[in-house]
Every structure is written in structure tokens, then in C-alpha cells.
Design a binder for this molecule. Structure first.
Ligand code: HEM
Length: 476
């Protein structure tokens, strides 16, 4: 009797708790439906405001909207309804604290070229274990990045020498892309047989050329050529993987780490997963780092007093190494405070990744506004980096603003949260090394109009910053 009474009480408690939960859920759904869409305009049917965005530059488009509607606004671009968020708080909400409510989203045409198993298309266990692997392979410790320093120096010197030897005006951005590509190769393959290197380069360049072209099935177009080249890339990578496996070559580089990877069930990665991630890393590394390097050269050229101070900092290291008799040490690279601040300020000013791209996986309420399921959500990094309340005089190139650490979520050139850039240390390392050799041994003149920005899709100075490089005799 006692037993059945307690069972009854238990059932009553269980049912009332269930009822309470359902009420709360219903209430939440009700309040979500009460939440209104953010302010903003959706433009024309289908095309939305895509034409407006491209008729001015996209950054101006977002800045004008923010001025008019505030830090959260809606629009419709590239066939998708979007909510744009331009505050540090909202960035934290989307990328960190509520990241599970938003998934990364990329056009299918791009996913096909990079490969569907590349980590940036994923969420969850597969993503987090791969990310851990890539981050640790590219981390600044003695067995990984630190041992790349002498080889990156060699690549930097050889690039600079070739620009000076050309004796003509070069497209700085194109040349930076070649340098960054070679550093990426080094981090991924260590030392790679020349025949593989040339074959990979040839196919990669065709994929790169078609990446931003119009995706179509018409044979002969840049996009179709890129798809074919992508297939060849997979085949070459498969040969390299087979050779390493057959010869039991154990190399400590990203490919070696991908080959050794085992998940918690003891499974290795497939060859497709390895290829997609290698190509993904090359893509993520190249245009980004090359455009920031190009901007650094422009900002230093336009701010001669800062350039002189950077030269003085680097000359002290040059002297300590007896000219170039000794290679740069890790301690020296870690102690270039002004050069490091120049890099941070260039990342802020150029904000080459203007925003992150996510999609709401459920209806989300943020600050009383509804972000409907399926809508794109874009935290606007550039707007935050150029907000005068966060960075006074945002149009001035002023590395000294980084003497104090920026407030949380106000400086996010490498993103935040689970998808934040795992290559940021490598990117900064190659910039520091290139700047050291550039300012201690070369000078450069920018040729032609020094104004204007082009998008491809990242912003770069007009015409890739045409410049002439001259080798200088360093004062003893
Ligand atoms: C200045 C140069 C670079 C900038 C500004 C940059 C910026 C970023 C940003 C903002 C993200 C996050 C995107 C998002 O949240 O949707 C990202 C992701 C990523 N970056 Fe970089 N990046 C740079 C260089 C590199 C380099 C050198 C590598 C590799 C060697 C790299 C590899 C990656 C990868 C693999 C991801 C995807 C991470 C994930 O989805 O978990 N990046 N990068």
C-alpha cells in the first residue's frame, strides 16, 4: 500500500514537472514569435540588395547600413536573407557562447573545389578532432613551426632577391602569393620532391584561377577547368600519400600528422579527407596572408616615420646576428614588438576578412530580435575594427594603439571560437621574417596611383600594389 502511494506521488511529480517544462517551452516559443525581425531593408524580390552592395564597395555598404539601422540589421544579398551584427557582444554570441545555434555555410561551388571533407565545412566531433590536429601541427613549438624558421628565411630571401633582380615593376600581391604558397607547401610537405611540387603547383593555380569565377557546367570555362584540375590535384596527392606509406616515411609535417591521425575508434583519415584538408589549408593560407603582406608594404611605404622605426628595430637584430651570418632565432622573432604591432594594425586597418558567414540552425532570439532558422548571420569584423568608439581615428595607421591589449572581441582578424584560424601563428611568423629581410636589405617604391582597393575577393591595394624593389647595401 505504502509502495503504491509513493509510486503515485512519483508519477504526480513527474507529470507536473513535464507539464511545467512544456509550459516554459511554449512560453519561450511564444516570446520568440513576439520577437521582431531586426530593422533594415530587403531590397528587390530575389536579388535583394546584391546590386547595391556591389555598386559601392561592400565595406561602405555595411558601414552605411550600420549608420542607419544600428548594430543589428537585416538585408538580402546573394540570394539569401541575412542578419548582420556589428558589435563585439554579438560576435561573442554567434561565434562563441551560442556557436551551436549557427553553422558555417559556403556556396556548394566552392565546397566542390576545395573538397567536402575540409574542416571549415564541418561542425562537431570530426571538425574538432581535425582542428586540434591542424592547430597543433601549426603551433609555435620547437617540433613544429620553430623548426621551419631557417627554411622560411631562405624562401623570403629568395623571393626578395628575385623581385630586386627583375629590375622592373612587379605586382606585389601576385609575388606575395607565390611566397606564401611556398611557405604553405613547407608546412604541409616539409621537403617535397621537385617533380611533385611542379605538378601540384600547376594544377593548384588552375583551381585558384577558377575559384572566384562563375560556377557553370559549360566545358572550357574557368570553373570547369578548375574542377578538372582539382581532380588532378587529388591524384597527385594520392601518389604522394602512397609513396609515404610504402616507404614508411615518417615526416613531422602536416601531411605526416594527417597520416598518423586516429580518432577515438582507432580509425585513420581516408585519402580524400587528407587531400581535402591539405587543399583547404593551402586555400585558407594563401590569399589571406598575401593580401595582409601587401597591405603592410603599402602602410609602411605611406608612413615613412613608422618604417624608419621598424628599420631601427630590425637593424638591431641584424647587427646581433653579424649581418646575416647567423639565422634568426626564435627568441629574436618573439621580440620584435614594433614590427608585431605594425602587423596587428595592418590586420585591423585592412580587415581583409570583413565578416564571418554562418547560418542559423534554429530560430534564435538575440536582444529581442528574431533571427529566423535558415537565415545567414554575419558578424561584421571590419565594422568593429573601424568603430571610432573602439579604435579612435580608425582611418589612421597607428601601431601604437596596440601597446595596450584591445578589449575582448574588439580585435578579431583571425575569428573566434571553434572555427578561429588555426594558422594565425604561421601567418604572423612568415610576415615577421619577410619584414626583417625586407627592411634590412631592400627598399621599395610604389608605382602609379596609390589609391583604390580591388576585391578578389579579399581587398588588396589597386593593381596588387605595383612596386619596384631595390637591394641596398646595409650600413656597417
Ligand atoms: C593573415 C592571414 C590570415 C587571416 C587574416 C586568417 C583569417 C581567418 C579567419 C577569420 C578564420 C575564421 C573564419 C570563420 O570563422 O568562418 C580562419 C579560418 C581558418 N584559417 Fe585562417 N587566416 C589567415 C591565415 C591562415 C593560414 C596561414 C592558415 C594555414 C596555414 C589558415 C588556415 C585556416 C583554416 C584551416 C581555417 C578554418 C578553421 C575552422 O573552420 O575550424 N589561415 N582564418
Amino acid at each position: 500500500m505504502e509502495k503504491s502511494a509513493s509510486t503515485l506521488i512519483f508519477i504526480c511529480i513527474f507529470l507536473s514537472t513535464l507539464f511545467l517544462f512544456r509550459c516554459i517551452k511554449k512560453q519561450k516559443r511564444k516570446s520568440m514569435h513576439k520577437a521582431k525581425l531586426p530593422p533594415g531593408s530587403m531590397g528587390w524580390p530575389c536579388i535583394g540588395e546584391t546590386l547595391q552592395m556591389y555598386s559601392m564597395d561592400p565595406n561602405k555598404f555595411f558601414a552605411t547600413k550600420q549608420k542607419r539601422y544600428g548594430e543589428i540589421f537585416k538585408t538580402h544579398i546573394l540570394g539569401c536573407p541575412c542578419v548582420m551584427l556589428a558589435s563585439p557582444e554579438a560576435t561573442k554570441f554567434v561565434l562563441v557562447t551560442h556557436a551551436h545555434l549557427f553553422k558555417p555555410t559556403y556556396p556548394k561551388s566552392k565546397e566542390k573545389l576545395i573538397g567536402p571533407s575540409a574542416l571549415f565545412f564541418h561542425q562537431g566531433d570530426y571538425h574538432s578532432s581535425l582542428r586540434k590536429l591542424i592547430q597543433s601541427s601549426l603551433s609555435p613549438n620547437p617540433n613544429t613551426m620553430q623548426k621551419l624558421v631557417p627554411d622560411i628565411e631562405t624562401l623570403a630571401i629568395s623571393a626578395l632577391e628575385s623581385w630586386a633582380a627583375a629590375g622592373t615593376v612587379i605586382n606585389t600581391y601576385h609575388e606575395m602569393k607565390k611566397f606564401v604558397f611556398d611557405v604553405g607547401f613547407l608546412a604541409i610537405f616539409g621537403r617535397l620532391d621537385d617533380s611533385y611540387r611542379e605538378k601540384l603547383k600547376e594544377s593548384y593555380h588552375i583551381v585558384d584561377a577558377g575559384y572566384n569565377s562563375f560556377p557553370t557546367n559549360i566545358p572550357g570555362t574557368a570553373y570547369q577547368k578548375a574542377l578538372l584540375a582539382r581532380k588532378r590535384l587529388s591524384q597527385i596527392l594520392r601518389q604522394i600519400i602512397c609513396e609515404r606509406k610504402e616507404k614508411k616515411i615518417l615526416q613531422k609535417d602536416l601531411l605526416g600528422d594527417l597520416l598518423n591521425f586516429q580518432n577515438e575508434k582507432g580509425q585513420n583519415l581516408t585519402e580524400d579527407q587528407i587531400s581535402d584538408n591539405i587543399i583547404g589549408v593551402l586555400f585558407a593560407a594563401q590569399d589571406t596572408t598575401a593580401s595582409v603582406l601587401t597591405w603592410i608594404l603599402k602602410y609602411l611605404h605611406d608612413n615613412q616615420n613608422i618604417l624608419e622605426a621598424v628599420k631601427a628595430e630590425q637593424k638591431a637584430i641584424y647587427d646581433a646576428n653579424d649581418g646575416y651570418k647567423r639565422p634568426l632565432t626564435w627568441a629574436q622573432i618573439r621580440n620584435m614588438p614594433l614590427t608585431h604591432r605594425v602587423i596587428l594594425e595592418s590586420l585591423r586597418m585592412a580587415s581583409i576578412i570583413s565578416f564571418a558567414f554562418r547560418e542559423a540552425v534554429v530560430d534564435v532570439e538575440y536582444k529581442g530580435y528574431l533571427i529566423p532558422k535558415g537565415w545567414k548571420v554575419m558578424p561584421l569584423f571590419r565594422n568593429i575594427h573601424h568603430n571610432p568608439e573602439l579604435f579612435p581615428g580608425p582611418q589612421n595607421f597607428d601601431p601604437s594603439r596596440f601597446e595596450a591589449a584591445p578589449k575582448a572581441y574588439t580585435f578579431i582578424p583571425f575569428g573566434k571560437g571553434v572555427h578561429a584560424c588555426p594558422g594565425n601563428e604561421l601567418a604572423k611568423l612568415e610576415m615577421l621574417i619577410l619584414i626583417h629581410h625586407l627592411v634590412t636589405n631592400f627598399r621599395w617604391e610604389v608605382v602609379g596611383s596609390q589609391k583604390g582597393i580591388q576585391y578578389g575577393p579579399f581587398p588588396v591595394p589597386q593593381h596588387g600594389l605595383p612596386a619596384r624593389f631595390v637591394k641596398e647595401q646595409v650600413n656597417p
